[in-house]
Design a protein around this ligand. Structure first.
Ligand code: AMP
Length: 196
């Protein structure tokens, strides 16, 4: 079973994905991290996506679908994964559903971690001081928010129409409190669908 962590840039979905992944021993699949690794390794893909990421833009769907398909085909992904940063467009969501259907898997739940925009801006500025990510500048943040609102936010409507389970989680709280809200949603199930 696939769990999707969904939310605006800076909502803390990556932090939560890492915590939940460790707790349940499920792979944390962060497309942003996979791309940053490609940039650092100076691969062809890294050279293609690096400048777009620095500007806060979205990588073309066809490229992202290739990247995620390769990852979800790996043996460790068969029992379920925590998807962080994918899908980010309705096209990606459609392609993901098709891909999962082909391999007999499905999305168990979409966790929508939401945070007010004023708080997001503060968090990104703080992260810029710590992580030195190329896309944590004020300009890139504005662009990432624009992309989020125009292309990513509609993904929630897509899942609502499909009847996929969506759970809203307030990300405007201390890290541990957000984790607790997520664990309450899973109840006695692990995110892979087994009874924990
Ligand atoms: P993240 O670490 O999830 O904030 O992603 C960092 C950057 O990687 C984004 O701003 C995009 O440029 C790129 N990226 C990551 N995932 C995707 C995706 N699913 N579709 C398009 N671009 C992506």
């Amino acid at each position: 079973m696939i769990t999707v962590l969904f939310g605006p840039p800076g909502s803390g979905k990556g932090t939560q994905a890492a915590i939940i992944s460790e707790r349940f021993g499920l792979p944390h699949v962060s497309t942003g991290q996979m791309l940053r690794d490609e940039v650092a390794a100076q691969t062809d893909l890294g050279r293609e996506v690096g400048p777009i990421m620095t500007d806060g833009g979205l990588i073309p769907d066809a490229t992202m679908v290739r990247v995620i398909e390769r990852r979800l085909n790996q043996p460790d992904a068969q029992q379920g994964v925590l998807l962080d940063g994918f899908p980010r467009t309705v096209t990606q969501a459609e392609e993901l559903d098709e891909m999962l259907e082909r391999t007999g898997r499905e999305i168990g739940v979409v966790l929508f971690v939401d945070v007010p925009e004023s708080e997001l801006q503060k968090r990104i500025a703080h992260r810029a001081d710590i992580d030195h990510r190329a896309d944590d500048t004020a300009e890139a943040f504005v662009q990432r928010m624009r992309e989020y609102e125009a292309k990513t936010a509609p993904v929630i409507g897509y899942y609502q129409d499909r009847g996929t389970r969506i759970e809203f989680v307030s990300g405007h709280a201390p890290i541990e409190a957000v984790t607790d809200s997520i664990l309450t949603i899973f109840g006695d199930q692990s995110p892979s669908g087994e009874v924990a």
